[in-house]
Design a binder for this molecule. Structure first.
Ligand SMILES: *[C@@H]1O[C@H](CO)[C@@H](O)[C@H](O)[C@H]1NC(C)=O
Ligand SMILES: *[C@@H]1O[C@H](CO)[C@@H](O)[C@H](O)[C@H]1NC(C)=O
Ligand SMILES: *[C@@H]1O[C@H](CO)[C@@H](O)[C@H](O)[C@H]1NC(C)=O
Ligand SMILES: *[C@@H]1O[C@H](CO)[C@@H](O)[C@H](O)[C@H]1NC(C)=O
Ligand SMILES: *[C@@H]1O[C@H](CO)[C@@H](O)[C@H](O)[C@H]1NC(C)=O
Ligand SMILES: *[C@@H]1O[C@H](CO)[C@@H](O)[C@H](O)[C@H]1NC(C)=O
Ligand SMILES: *[C@@H]1O[C@H](CO)[C@@H](O)[C@H](O)[C@H]1NC(C)=O
Ligand SMILES: *[C@@H]1O[C@H](CO)[C@@H](O)[C@H](O)[C@H]1NC(C)=O
Ligand SMILES: *[C@@H]1O[C@H](CO)[C@@H](O)[C@H](O)[C@H]1NC(C)=O
Ligand SMILES: *[C@@H]1O[C@H](CO)[C@@H](O)[C@H](O)[C@H]1NC(C)=O
Ligand SMILES: *[C@@H]1O[C@H](CO)[C@@H](O)[C@H](O)[C@H]1NC(C)=O
Length: 580
């Protein structure tokens, strides 16, 4: 079932309008240009801007876009995505190989003698050229990742590039270039850093004048451990410093586009910080926000009551995270992965924050054991989203959910955990494998929590496309015919699937949810589309602190109030999505 519009929605939107006034003083991100007219997406006051207007988006993932065999297929895929109202496509802009393949796309050959070959042919970077050009044609923006934490040793019968973790990535560099097979060589070996920077230079400078790129994502899911183990020295200092180094390099080559991390959003409350939270006041100066619980039950009608009774959606507030800092919340909060997403977000060159939500693969905090397993999964997702909304408010930069999903029963055969090349039915959240309708329910809930909570970008994982041109040896292989033999080429190919594709019996429903979410997101923006509050004096915004004026503080006070109001109203709507 689709989201519906309710009259009360306008109240929520009215309140959200006030949220557009940032809670924090301006933090101009390095690399920004004048927000008032730029066709490039920029960031100011915790918001995205483009063409002089606020921008927020619902997006989808298509890591495999550059593997499609014809330009027509890329065109059709982007046209179909654009027709949903989705604005952003997140895709891989890397494809590293240790041996040049006979068929299919590849971008970079890393030879174990240190020779690097970048393929700018028609099965190389020209695929990216096509993606960028066609994205522009369809009014879409691309968020392009430059490498991946995950990379398989190719020791599998699964065709190359089917799985999202099978496009090369960090461990491909380490395996080929270092005698020391530790994942964190990628973050600290000068030769390897130089090789990665060389690749980045080729790619980002190629598109630096093209506005149809939202930004560069340094790496998908960077962390200490990977398919190769980490050394015992790897910690958040290693990974945060590396982000800073790479972000500076990207902006040197391409000052026009935003840079983001791509990490999973892990916290490390106890980690020493390398970066100050920029121009933000220190935590003690942040006005305390205390939110009273949801309205008592009698205010809600019976239908709403049903959904809220056992399924309480918590309100977001900036003290939420801080209050729990000392609690033992598990690996996603204590630096186990070597990732401190808050410190990374404080790097001046990082334009916007990122996090991911894959409860089948990762623990995101304590669960309420009195809830049913499915409701636990739902709740964990809402909590995780709200924590990151709070982080965004805390740093004055927009935060984006890069990918979220649950594996459906139909998708189990295609599912492979990110760190593996073999299917597994083990999942952190049980039961593993949800029905399509449960998947859709989670999707509505999390999209609602993000949009009404004030997240500025949310990207579903992942798009699926049918009727593609298949070619033997590529990631879109010809399907078997009834006699069990395969022809060399046909036109019934399916896009690669690592367990999260929306193709299938519930395809139309999943697309309908994206459509509605995209509409809702643009409503929240159009209701707050007054010009930027305080246009930046050009040319170069100072990275130094700008203390807010007292008028600004008052506005902030009001907006905090209005923002909370909108969140309260928003949570009511979120609860409705559960019962329809
Ligand atoms: C390194 O390997 C590449 C291909 O793997 C080869 O073309 C090149 O000649 C080699 N270079 C040296 C110096 O051995
Ligand atoms: C590919 O790279 C070569 C060598 O750097 C260059 O001469 C050529 O113009 C490039 N071709 C394209 C299509 O970018
Ligand atoms: C910004 O303007 C450009 C050029 O007119 C246009 O192609 C693009 O779609 C606009 N972006 C948005 C989000 O409206
Ligand atoms: C490849 O897989 C085989 C069988 O599973 C295993 O014995 C071998 O060690 C693997 N090789 C690598 C490089 O992982
Ligand atoms: C870094 O990589 C180079 C080769 O690329 C290797 O010779 C060197 O041993 C590595 N450095 C360390 C500290 O492992
Ligand atoms: C990460 O790797 C280190 C060293 O290989 C190991 O001791 C640690 O248990 C690993 N942590 C996780 C979460 O896998
Ligand atoms: C990481 O380890 C280094 C020493 O190896 C230490 O100086 C630094 O403080 C550590 N960082 C964190 C966040 O623990
Ligand atoms: C799970 O949530 C649904 C809908 O919110 C609710 O009806 C149901 O009672 C909950 N079940 C449990 C065991 O929490
Ligand atoms: C857990 O959920 C129950 C309802 O099922 C609720 O009464 C309780 O307050 C929740 N506990 C926490 C710690 O959120
Ligand atoms: C996956 O693992 C199973 C059992 O562990 C094994 O039988 C199968 O061969 C593996 N598949 C691949 C593609 O490695
Ligand atoms: C693929 O093409 C067939 C035949 O034209 C059509 O019936 C089917 O709906 C298409 N599938 C999708 C998912 O677009």
């Amino acid at each position: 079932m689709m989201w519906r519009s309710f009259p009360q929605l306008s109240l929520a939107l009215l309140a959200l309008r006030a949220c557009a006034v940032n809670l924090k003083p301006t933090r101009a991100v390095k690399g920004n240009i004048d927000v008032s007219a730029s066709p490039f997406i920029t960031v100011q006051n915790g918001e995205f801007f483009v063409n002089g207007s606020r921008f927020a988006f619902v997006g989808t993932n298509a890591y495999w876009l550059h593997t499609l065999n014809t330009d027509g297929d890329i065109d059709k895929t982007l046209a179909d995505i654009a027709s949903t109202g989705v604005k952003i496509v997140r895709a891989w802009a890397f494809n590293d190989v240790d041996t040049i393949p006979e068929a299919g796309t590849w971008f970079q050959h890393i030879s174990n003698n240190g020779t690097i070959t970048i393929n700018n042919g028609t099965n190389g970077l020209q695929k990216l050229d096509t993606m960028v050009q066609l994205a522009q044609k369809h009014g879409l923006y691309l968020l392009l990742s430059l490498t991946n934490n995950w990379s398989l040793a190719r020791n599998t019968t699964v065709l190359r590039n089917i799985l999202s973790n099978d496009y090369g990535g960090m461990d491909s560099y380490v395996r080929q270039l270092s005698s020391n097979l530790e994942h964190d060589q990628f973050y600290k070996n000068v030769t390897i850093i130089g090789t990665f920077k060389n690749y980045i230079s080729h790619v980002v400078s190629r598109y630096k004048n093209n506005p149809s790129i939202l930004g560069w994502e340094i790496a998908n899911d960077a962390r200490c451990n990977s398919t190769l183990p980490a050394s015992s020295q790897c910690n958040s200092t290693t990974i945060t410093s590396w982000h800073s180094n790479i972000a500076q390099h990207i902006l040197m080559e391409d000052p026009n586009h935003l840079v983001s991390s791509g990490n999973q959003g892990f916290f490390c409350f106890g980690c020493p910080k390398l970066f100050q939270k920029g121009t933000s006041p220190s935590p003690s100066q942040i006005p305390p926000i205390s939110v009273t619980p949801l309205p008592p039950r009698h205010i809600l009608n019976e239908k709403q009551d049903m959904s809220l009774g056992r399924y309480e959606v918590k309100k977001s507030d900036t003290s939420f995270v801080r209050r729990q800092q000392n609690a033992n919340l598990g690996a996603s909060f204590d630096g186990t992965f070597g990732v401190d997403s808050e410190d990374i977000l404080s790097i001046p060159e990082i334009g916007f924050g990122s996090f991911q939500l894959f409860p089948d693969q990762e623990n995101y905090g304590p669960v309420n054991l009195t809830l049913s397993p499915l409701n636990r999964t739902f709740q964990v997702g809402v909590d995780w989203i709200q924590r990151h909304i709070a982080t965004g408010l805390d740093t004055g930069k927009p935060v984006t959910l890069l990918g979220f999903g649950l594996v459906t029963l139909d998708n189990i055969p295609a599912y492979v955990p990110f760190g593996s090349d073999n299917a597994s039915t083990e999942s952190i959240q049980q039961p593993f494998g949800v029905t399509d309708s449960q998947r859709d329910q989670s999707c509505r809930l999390w999209l609602g929590a993000a949009i009404f909570g004030g997240l500025r970008g949310i990207i579903q994982y992942q798009w699926g496309q049918a009727n593609l041109t298949a070619q033997a040896g590529t990631a879109i292989p010809p399907s078997s015919n009834s006699s069990g033999t395969t022809s060399n080429q046909d036109e019934t190919g399916l896009s690669p699937n690592d367990g999260y594709s929306i193709l299938g019996t519930s395809h139309e429903e999943a697309i309908g949810i994206l459509k509605t979410a995209a509409e809702q997101m643009s409503l929240t923006i159009s209701s707050s589309s007054q010009p930027p509050l305080a246009p930046q004096p050009s040319p170069t915004p100072s990275p130094q602190a700008q203390q807010p004026s007292s008028g600004m503080r008052q506005l902030q006070g009001f907006s905090i109030f209005a923002c909370i109001l909108s969140m309260l109203v928003g949570t009511l709507w979120i609860s409705l999505f559960l019962v329809v």
